[in-house]
Design a protein around this ligand. Structure first.
Ligand code: FAD
Ligand code: SIN
Length: 527
């Protein structure tokens, strides 16, 4: 049973930046420690890698912290925690300087200053980016940096199943149990198919988003909400799951999952939303037109599509010079050309809203601590209070680095205080057998995605939510039976997690009795 000083689950921006900081801190102190960095597929397969638009921070003289704070609060429909918004906005420049010091490249103008751009809901140009592949550049730099530390054992193709708490020592643990503690994680080694026990003095969940619970999403296949489900099962508190962000402009490619994103930065650069007959429509919905916050734009598109009986709308970029398009959006330009034969400097791009981001997650305090001792969470799986009812564009990568830093500060401070009890058992799979009916898992997954997309999408009703709840319950019961009988596999566990996450989304959506930001229920319109 290996024992680690720190266990980090997830190799996106949150997990990697935390790992770098912890490793650097103890290296500087010449104190030998061991960090286990666990990730379920290859190192770089993360939501982070696919981030396009960039990362928000105040750099320009004309911009100000107050403006970024106000934009975040407005986008969040004033549901954000103001103190957290201030923390994130004010610490942003420092954290970005660190990312740059690790070797991350951001585009600059000819005078050497950053080429700041604008996205929906921002009152100023404040997005730092690397062309239209910002996430890939950040992930590259962080991975290189992490690999330079000998204190880090990097476990790729290892799937975290469940957190280890007093529950595994035979104690009854409920939401109300005081001093719940985390002692590490049970992890499936995908190569040997054996479950290994990773004992950890401190554990950070940085497992990213939940997009795969929907039929269409910009999130890669790793985004199955594992960390949130694990934490919830371990009796951590979870909040804000009703706030699912649908990005207004995913490329319309029926049957393709994940959906390719057409960055909001394209609208920031002048791209205009149009109906299929070429007429604009955003003026009917918001004075900020195509650059209104995402909840408003996605709902406007959804409404136009329903009214006109169409499957998509268009994003018109034909007025932007081709050279500019290729310079700023090379990846998007080539993807549209290669995949659909669309030259976006000559033709309009068919786009459709699709699931993109989860604003809710595991509740953490300003130090990224959950309600379980020695368990931290950072990045998209966490709920810090920054986003409120709707995230402002490019605030997600930022939140991840700010809170990974805060988790680092607190966890090195509490280092040495943890006591690992004796007798933590290994994973017990007695009486289980290899699952024979994989088709059950595949079909249940399809049903779940369909329920979530049809009943818990951009526009909700009480009836749709109830139907979603009832249908999900059937899947839950069927899955539980299968899970108890079967040896652990990744699809079985991912489905278990997606059911947990879907349950939380529906539960929180049903409990929300006011339309706010991303939560839009027709039955509450006149409430
Ligand atoms: P991720 O980067 O998703 O990393 C999660 C990690 O956890 C992965 O390594 C995964 O393998 C691992 N993991 C998950 N479950 C397990 C398990 N059970 N066992 C082991 N490992 C596990 N945000 C912005 O601010 N700006 C943007 O421009 C932007 N563009 C985006 C574009 C796209 C297409 C997408 C999908 C998102 C975008 N976002 C953007 C959102 C942002 O990218 C994510 O919110 C952010 O990258 C999340 O980082 P993270 O570290 O929390 O998680
Ligand atoms: C985008 O490039 O449109 C994504 C930005 C984000 O999700 O913040």
């Amino acid at each position: 049973m290996p024992t680690y000083d720190f266990i980090v689950v997830g190799s996106g921006i949150a997990g990697l930046s935390y790992t770098v900081k912890v490793a650097q801190y103890f290296q500087d102190k010449q104190k030998p420690i061991k960090i286990a960095l666990i990730t379920k597929t290859v190192a770089e397969e993360t939501n982070t890698k696919y981030a396009q638009g960039g990362i928000a921070a105040v750099w320009d003289q004309e911009d100000s912290f107050d403006k970024h704070i106000q934009d975040t609060l407005v986008a969040g429909d004033f549901e954000s925690d103001q103190q957290v918004v201030e923390i994130v906005v004010k610490e942003a420049p420092e954290r970005l300087k660190e990312l740059i010091s690790y070797g991350t490249d951001f585009d600059r103008k000819s005078d050497g200053s950053f080429d700041l751009v604008k996205e929906g809901g921002h009152s100023d140009k404040r997005i730092l980016h690397y062309k239209d592949s910002t996430g890939n550049e950040i992930e590259r730099a962080l991975l290189e940096k992490v690999k330079s530390f000998s204190s880090v054992d990097f476990f790729t193709h290892y799937f975290a199943i469940d957190l280890i708490t007093q529950h595994h020592l035979g104690e009854k643990v409920t939401k109300d149990t005081p001093h719940k503690k985390c002692f590490g994680v049970y992890v499936l080694n995908k190569k040997t198919k054996k479950v290994e026990t990773f004992i950890g003095k401190t554990t950070l969940l940085a497992t990213g988003g939940i997009g795969q619970v929907y039929q269409s999403t910009t999130n890669p296949t790793i985004a199955t909400g594992d960390g949130i489900a694990m934490a919830y099962r371990a009796k951590a508190f979870v909040k804000g799951m009703q706030y699912i962000q649908f990005h207004p402009t995913a490329l319309y490619q029926p049957g393709k999952k994940p959906n390719f994103l057409i960055s909001e930065a394209v609208r920031g650069h002048g791209g205009i939303l149009k109906n299929l007959d070429g007429t604009t429509f955003m003026e009917k919905y918001d004075e900020r037109l195509s650059l209104a916050p995402r909840d408003i734009v996605a709902r406007a598109i959804d409404s136009e599509m329903k009214k006109n009986g169409t499957d998509h709308v268009y994003l018109d970029t034909r007025h932007i010079p081709k050279s500019e398009i290729i310079a700023h959006f090379p990846m998007i330009y080539h993807y549209c050309l290669d995949q659909l034969g669309i030259d976006m400097s000559e033709e309009m791009i068919p786009v459709v809203p699709c699931q993109h981001y989860l604003c809710g997650g595991i509740i953490v305090n300003e130090h990224s601590q959950t309600n379980i001792e020695h368990l931290y969470a950072a990045g998209e799986c966490s709920h810090t209070g920054l986003h409120g009812a709707n995230r402002l564009a490019s605030n997600s990568l930022l939140e991840a680095i700010v809170f990974a830093h805060r988790a680092f500060e607190k966890s090195v401070q509490e280092f040495g205080t943890q006591i690992i009890p004796a007798g933590i058992p290994d994973w017990n799979d007695e009486g289980t057998r290899n699952p024979e009916e994989m088709v059950l898992v595949t079909e249940m997954t399809r049903e779940l995605e369909s329920i979530m997309s049809n009943y818990v999408g951009i526009v909700r009703t009480d009836r749709r939510l109830k139907r979603a709840y009832d249908r999900l319950e059937l899947i839950y019961l069927e899955h539980e039976e299968l899970y108890k009988q079967s040896k652990i596999t990744v699809p079985l566990c991912e489905l278990r997690n997606m059911i947990n996450v879907a349950y939380l989304i529906i539960k929180h959506a049903r409990a929300q009795r006011e339309n706010k930001g991303l939560h839009y229920n027709l039955d509450l319109l006149n409430a």
